[in-house]
Design a protein around this ligand. Sequence first.
Ligand SMILES: N[C@@H](CCC(=O)N[C@@H](CS)C(=O)NCC(=O)O)C(=O)O
Length: 199
Amino acid sequence: MQLFIASTSPFARKARIVAHELGLGDRIVMIEVDPWTDPRLRSLNPLAKVPTLIRDGGEPLYDSAVICDYLDALAGRRLIPQDGERRWRALRLQALAADACTAAGRLFAGERRGGEDPMRERLLAAVEAALDALEREPLDDVAPDFGDLCAALLPGYCDFRWPDRDWRQGRPRLAAFAAAMERRTSFVATRHRAPKRGL
Ligand SMILES: N[C@@H](CCC(=O)N[C@@H](CS)C(=O)NCC(=O)O)C(=O)O
């Protein structure tokens, strides 16, 4: 299988972390691209977004949550709880972290462009409220499921985009959780970084 990724993308990082946690890393070739310019991506995924998973003998899969669901099924259902309240918790945390990362990405892009961003206050409110919600959430850094893994993506992405902004202030439980998660092999191996030269 091939996974089209970008090193700056929290959605690609989610799929990579899940592959790693499931022990599927060796079966997936990572292809780092710039989704805005890569000539192959739109023919594989009409949205031209990362992550996109090319399966052996199947339609490409896209949207990080769908890719994670597929990988979890391939590995024998180990990370996404299949029923009960734990399932809704995991899917809710996935949705919270994904949309908050989308808001954070738009916020960052607006700051980089400069000038007035009419959406700034709303995006900032979404990121701050999501971090507050994660502070209140009982999160598991010992035997994390899909929801816990996703929850750790937002603090990691904030650290990458705004290394000088202290989201930890007033959020000691989330800070401790994020620190523990960033020590996991799957998180160390997928840490955000600037794109490779030429991308
Ligand atoms: N809902 C998608 C979001 C993926 C996404 O927005 N990826 C960004 C990188 S962080 C991208 O590829 N952007 C290129 C574009 O929007 O054209 C997912 O979860 O996979």
